[in-house]
Design a protein around this ligand. Sequence first.
Ligand SMILES: NCc1[nH]cc(CCC(=O)O)c1CC(=O)O
Ligand SMILES: [Mg+2]
Length: 331
Amino acid sequence: MTGPFPATRLRRTRATAWSRALHRETLLTPADLIWPLFVTDGTGVEEPIGSLPGVSRWSVDGIVARAREAVDLGIPVLALFPYTQSGRRSADGKEALNPDNLMCRAIAAIKQACGDDIGVLTDVALDPYTDHGQDGLVDEAGYVVNDATVDVLVGQSLNQARAGADIIAPSDMMDGRIGAIRDALEQGGHANVQIMSYAAKYASAFYGPFRDAVGSRGLLKGDKKTYQMDPANAEEALREVELDLAEGADSVMVKPGLPYLDIVRRVKDAFEVPVFAYQVSGEYAMIEAAVAAGAGERDALVLETLLAFKRAGCSGMLTYHAAHAARLLGA
Ligand SMILES: NCc1[nH]cc(CCC(=O)O)c1CC(=O)O
Ligand SMILES: [Mg+2]
């Protein structure tokens, strides 16, 4: 025999469940989960989303019920996205600035019902409000203009903060918006409102079901490649993160999730800040499709994928499986 075998047998610590538990390097808990929810108009409304089996849009009363459920499950944060009726969509997305819009009503209702028992994270970008489905303002050529969009995003952020949002999460990928939003929050008396920046957000094919959920799929012409990142790039992601941190982001996000765990790890190693990842709609749909096809087992797939995010360096994950996972983890 050469080498340390049989003195070294790595299987020795794997032989029993108690020993595997003792040697486990990574822990997944309900406190790692952020639950994305889609809000729609009305009362008592639940609208299933075809391309996201098991996920629905809820009217504000249903959102409040989900918030109470999340508190009971030990989920610390909800992420809200609105389904805006077509009559309230416009080229300039000005519904985003309406203090009585669906988002603001949902934020206020959750905060009234649950207070600081749960955090509310709000998406900042114009795609749920524009009639062209882009995240910002477009010029005659269809180009999403940066600086004018940032001005609107600042207004949108203040609107959400005034309604009670705890974490502002800009998902638009405009340059310079983190600094502009941070300044406005400080000046507006919202010094403790956090910013979780979608810092490294890629132009991905995995967002399809989300665009159904917020009603922008049919509206969007073209793609988002002039602002979202090229999936080929990793070093550029580090530059994106570095800038957002310098502008005042409290935490950063990588999105999508599983195909980008290398980015999560590189960001974590380079900056040692809280890193989050979004297991996006297409990833959720892939798991559900595998389950439906008999190609995998839901509970195991959900827990293994979420654990992988933690192992890669995530502080937490946005996942449509959040409530299910929290139940499995036995909150
Ligand atoms: N600002 C848009 C936004 N915010 C979150 C998602 C995707 C989330 C998901 O797919 O689950 C998207 C889609 C997009 O960029 O087109
Ligand atoms: Mg950026």
